[in-house]
Ligand binder design. Structure first.
Ligand code: NAD
Ligand code: LMR
Length: 333
């Protein structure tokens, strides 16, 4: 890559972007040395609003920002892109399930997948955030056949962070001491937040989460359902979907993918399935991964008990169904 990374953010006039853009400007995503040129894409009606965002970026006086392009032109936005963060989509409203969004949002990701294929750098790294994130990511990947599949990921880091935080609250520890929780599957209410491989750093050393929190009923019930339904709970309370926490999670996901994860640390990412843990290829599935040298690797060999197998199967099945529905909406050309 040249000295300056070309970073595309779609939905740039929206709620998530209003936090995310400034995380990138500060260097929280690509580190304190990486200069960035921002390409902020939204629909034509929002370009006026983007001018306000541009003014605020200028007023923030960020040394890492070399240039900002505000546009509704997909070719202008994606040409030469090194990193693409696909946020732009209709968010879920109170009472809606992610499946309701498929029809509204699938076509956006077909068009943008094609644009990534045609105009982006061939090594581009793509993160899909707009919901339903896993299936939108699959659509974008499908329509970008010249880009390596492994370069397409979707956001489940928000769920991962939520899981860590719930464990920390229950155990009465700082969230930085909670490690290696896993989100399996779909960024939806079928996801499986799994504490079984996780541990907590205590003054006396590492302890498995299940040893520190002895309330197994909570770990197998309320913990899972709280994380699964957290997005809906935020919408019900705020009347808008989560934005600042989503921007933080996007920043965490991209930073770890590009700059690497600490030794021994797992993070959750939605990535193209490859047969790992019995999940057939052809869907975007959230797995535990580690990252090094700009590449992620799915953690292998974790033991999966029957409780977990059943949970993983539910979310796998939902993703296969979403895939079938999505490709009906977008057609197969
Ligand atoms: N995966 C996750 O963890 C996660 C978390 C939170 C939100 N989300 C999803 O992220 C998406 C954005 O959320 P938000 O709160 O920022 O929504 P928002 O409505 O505030 O902003 C969305 C923006 O996208 C723009 N947009 C719509 N179609 C576009 C297109 N074709 N090209 C470019 N821009 C387009 C809109 O004009 C708007 O400015 C939603 O789908 C939401 O459900 C995902
Ligand atoms: O749940 C939603 O629709 C919003 C978002 O995906 C979230 O998890 O907060």
């Amino acid at each position: 890559m040249s000295d300056v990374a070309n970073v595309v953010i779609t939905g740039a006039a929206g709620q998530i972007a209003y936090s995310l853009i400034f995380n990138v400007c500060k260097g929280d995503m690509f580190g304190p040395e990486q200069k960035v040129k921002l390409f902020l894409l939204d629909i034509p009606q929002m370009v006026e609003s983007l001018k306000g965002v541009l003014m605020e970026i200028q007023d923030g006086a960020y040394p890492l920002v070399t240039d900002v392009v505000c546009t509704a032109d997909i070719k202008e936005a994606f040409t030469g892109a090194n990193y693409v963060i696909l946020v732009g989509a209709m968010p879920r409203k109170d009472g809606m399930e992610r499946a309701d969004l498929l029809k509204a949002n699938a076509s956006i990701f077909k068009v943008q997948g094609k644009a990534i294929n045609d105009y982006a750098n061939k090594n581009v790294k793509v993160l899909v955030v707009g919901n339903p994130a896993n299936t939108n990511c699959l659509i974008a990947m499908h329509y970008a056949p010249d880009i390596a599949k492994e370069n397409f990921t979707c956001l489940t880091r928000l769920d991962h962070n939520r899981a860590k935080s719930q464990i920390a609250l229950k155990a009465g520890v700082n969230v930085k001491d909670v490690h290696n929780v896993i989100i399996w599957g779909n960024h939806s209410s079928t996801q499986y937040p799994d504490y079984r491989c996780g541990y907590i750093n205590l003054p006396g050393g590492k302890q498995p989460i299940g040893n520190v929190i002895s309330d197994e009923k909570w770990l197998q019930g309320e913990f899972i359902s709280t994380v699964q339904k957290r997005g809906a709970a935020v919408i019900a309370a705020r009347k808008f979907s989560s934005a600042a926490s989503a921007a933080k999670a996007i920043t965490d996901h991209m930073r770890d993918w590009v700059l690497g994860t600490p030794e021994g640390e797992y993070v959750s990412m939605g990535v193209p399935s490859d047969g790992s843990y019995g999940i057939e290829s052809g869907i975007i599935f959230s797995y535990p991964v580690k990252c090094q040298n700009g590449k992620y690797t799915i953690i292998q060999g974790l033991s999966i008990d029957n409780f977990s197998k059943d949970k993983i199967e539910i979310t796998r099945k939902e993703l296969v169904e979403e895939k079938e529905a999505a490709f009906k909406f977008v057609g197969d050309n």
